[in-house]
Write a protein that binds this ligand. Structure first.
Ligand code: FES
Length: 94
């Protein structure tokens, strides 16, 4: 299975993860400062900033795009519970 490197800038930690992992699954395990609520792409609590590798995340779903818009999120932001890691990415809490 393909692997990818996911870096949490706030805790200076890089984890090698199976491609397709959702950021929240990993951030939860390593105690990154990314917080969450619903885990279903509905509340927007898990908003994170992507500082490198935005193109290495899955394309936002219609639902995620709607929540990002509702939170006035800029181009560098994604929902950690929705974004799947497909290649090397660096993120930090919003
Ligand atoms: S935890 Fe609610 S949108 Fe991600």
């Amino acid at each position: 299975m393909a692997k990818a490197r996911l870096t949490f800038a706030d805790i200076n930690t890089t984890i090698t993860v199976p491609a397709g992992s959702r950021v929240i699954e990993i951030s939860d395990k390593v105690n990154s400062g990314i917080i969450y609520g619903c885990r279903e792409g509905d509340c927007g609590t898990c908003l994170m900033k992507v500082t490198e590798g935005m193109d290495n995340l899955s394309t936002p779903s219609v639902l995620e795009s709607k929540i990002l818009k509702e939170h006035y999120a800029g181009q560098d932001f994604r929902l950690a519970c929705q974004a799947q890691v497909l290649g090397d990415v660096t993120v930090r809490p919003a």
